[in-house]
Design a protein around this ligand. Sequence first.
Ligand SMILES: Nc1nc2c(c(=O)[nH]1)N[C@H]1C(S)=C(S)[C@@H](COP(=O)(O)OP(=O)(O)OC[C@H]3O[C@@H](n4cnc5c(=O)[nH]c(N)nc54)[C@H](O)[C@@H]3O)O[C@H]1N2
Ligand SMILES: Nc1nc2c(c(=O)[nH]1)N[C@H]1C(S)=C(S)[C@@H](COP(=O)(O)OP(=O)(O)OC[C@H]3O[C@@H](n4cnc5c(=O)[nH]c(N)nc54)[C@H](O)[C@@H]3O)O[C@H]1N2
Ligand SMILES: [Mo]
Length: 662
Amino acid sequence: MAIYRSVCPLDCPDTCGLLVEINRGRVQKVSGDPEHPYTRGFICAKMRHYPELIHSRERILTPLKRSGPKGSGLFTPISWMEALATIAGRWQEIIDRYGPEAILPYSYAGVMGLLQRNAGHAFFHRLGASELQRTICSPAAEAGWQQVLGQTWGTDPETLVDADLVIIWGMNPASTSIHFLSLVQKARRQGARLIVIDAYRTRTAALADTVVLVRPGSDAALALGVMQVLVTEDLVDSGFIAAHVSGYKELCTKVLPAYTPERVAALTGVPTETITALARAYGQARAPFIRIGHGFSRHRQGGMAARLIASLPALVGAYGKAGGGALQSSGTGSAIKLDGLIRPDLRQRPVRAINMVRLGRALTDALDPPVMGLYVYHGNPATVAPDQNRVLAGLRREELFTVVHERFLTDTALYADIILPAAFSVEQEDLYRSYGQYYLQHSPAILPPAGEAKSNWQTFCLLAQAMGFTEDIFQRSEAEMFALLLRGIPLEQRERQALQAGRPVKLEPPAGYATPSGRIELMAAGAGTLDYQVQEDAGLVERYPFYLLTAPAHFALNSNYGQMTALREREGGPHIILNPADCQFKGLTEGALAEVFNERGSCLLRVKESHDVPRGIAVAPGVWWCQHSPGGRNINSVVGDTLTDLGGGSTFYDHRVEIRPL
Ligand SMILES: Nc1nc2c(c(=O)[nH]1)N[C@H]1C(S)=C(S)[C@@H](COP(=O)(O)OP(=O)(O)OC[C@H]3O[C@@H](n4cnc5c(=O)[nH]c(N)nc54)[C@H](O)[C@@H]3O)O[C@H]1N2
Ligand SMILES: Nc1nc2c(c(=O)[nH]1)N[C@H]1C(S)=C(S)[C@@H](COP(=O)(O)OP(=O)(O)OC[C@H]3O[C@@H](n4cnc5c(=O)[nH]c(N)nc54)[C@H](O)[C@@H]3O)O[C@H]1N2
Ligand SMILES: [Mo]
């Protein structure tokens, strides 16, 4: 038996250091690496099942060619040679007839390593394909942060143990970031208070000292109300503002007068006393830390909400205090140069951009040229993308040539013309950084890929060869690409060696504010004013009375692990959680199937009752595989593709539904 260091590849802010036990060519056990300074030896319930996924009998081990109607799941094994020749041949036909922009790559975050995640960019730049805007997750929150703080890195989460107040805003780390939560608990043992701001009582809320329940989508108003109290009660840090903040006067005179606690209470559903108490707790704290989640940002005015929440620490000087500050993402730092991997220089002319949130439209609208070739890698749009019925209609198009590089027969892979078998993280080399902490770590290939599986990088090198691309980069091994990535990171020799030896190495956030002025910009030029202006369409509210929250599942990672029966059972199957009074009002019974619907579609979910969910809200955890969902549709059939105010992001939590007994 041998034990290797590795890194969790999942799209999760924690990016755990792992120990992988190998015995006779099989992974026996995956556990937390006790020597990883941030994740300290424990891992989530999901990753403990990683060995079963890696060695699953359902894994795709050879290339496959479709042998039945699209979506039927009928495939025949073929060789890599035949697969590559078919793909290159079909792409060449598409390019000859429609031009290269008729080919669209689609990928997101099945694997988070820098090399494998970004493996396709150089190839698609060279091909001249349409560019995919990768907006499904966090662009509104990032853009909001950037309007205030530019390229400033988020506050190091490891400093929060010195905070005396932690606010977790629009995030449920008890399910989605357990190592962050454990730091919070450590701070609390030293006396810190925890306030959770969410739209329902989550697992995280159950641990909090105070829970503030806000009307979904109204966080911008709440932040403005808090600011108003901070200013009128003189709880701001004038010294810090004078030294580091721009736009404060304008904020006080032009914006805040309209956001009295009374008005904000009406906009947010948060009682005036609670708004005042929240502002006082924040303004009087010695070192308050805000964890800025994405929950409020996946709403129409999500960018504005992020911008305002990121401004709060500037008012009380928290960015300047040890233990205080705010973390939206640790990925905002620009320390790692990726151009050598992504190779924007290989693009010969400008190409059109297609927003992934609107994949359904891109595949079904009359675009010029139409999308005729789709290449999906480490992404699963049939399950995770909004407006599912439109996405599936697009994937069903007979003339669309779809290639899916996957490990399993996902809902998306079912619609492929060609499937290529993908490798697991332990079978491929990579360099990981995190979006929730500041460690980098190398992850070596510790097993040969199962069957004929190949990594994203290897696959793009083969596709380049098949297309006749002769650029040097397409001949590089993963080890060479790792070395190239490493050269682009400002590290000392000692750190470089540690990384190469597989140890986590920390990047320290630089001091100061990386904005054009060097100051925190509350009212940055060109960013527009600060306000809250979401209006509900009264007709829509009447037809679809429930506000739908499609929160992440505890025992799945987006659609990953959805194939594991044991975890599906622990999660309780596809369900929707409602307040008992709403159930009674709608004639819904606990445990029975209900139809959840709106003008976009419908899906069937089992009803669960809980007082944790306020009246008028419906919580549907998880993106369940359509294959495992009664009726073959999941919650994304009722989620729309409206974009956020900033960043063109998704609005997963900003839709309304009606619910009736089946
Ligand atoms: N177990 C598990 N872990 C995961 C994932 C998973 O699927 N499962 N997904 C991973 C991914 S891809 C990401 S991006 C991160 C997600 O992490 P984040 O997006 O940062 O946050 P979540 O923990 O998903 O929590 C979002 C919370 O926002 C709340 N919310 C929704 N609307 C509003 C609102 O208008 N205002 C406020 N204040 N709150 C609101 C929801 O109820 C929910 O509790 O987690 C990652 N980790
Ligand atoms: N209703 C609803 N929908 C949501 C969300 C929500 O909260 N509610 N959250 C959204 C968010 S935040 C996100 S980030 C997106 C996630 O969107 P995606 O990243 O598209 O979704 P995943 O479920 O992570 O699917 C990744 C796929 O990649 C495959 N994979 C893993 N490793 C590799 C590899 O090395 N190579 C290849 N080729 N394949 C690999 C896995 O088998 C898996 O099928 O979903 C979004 N969808
Ligand atoms: Mo995400």
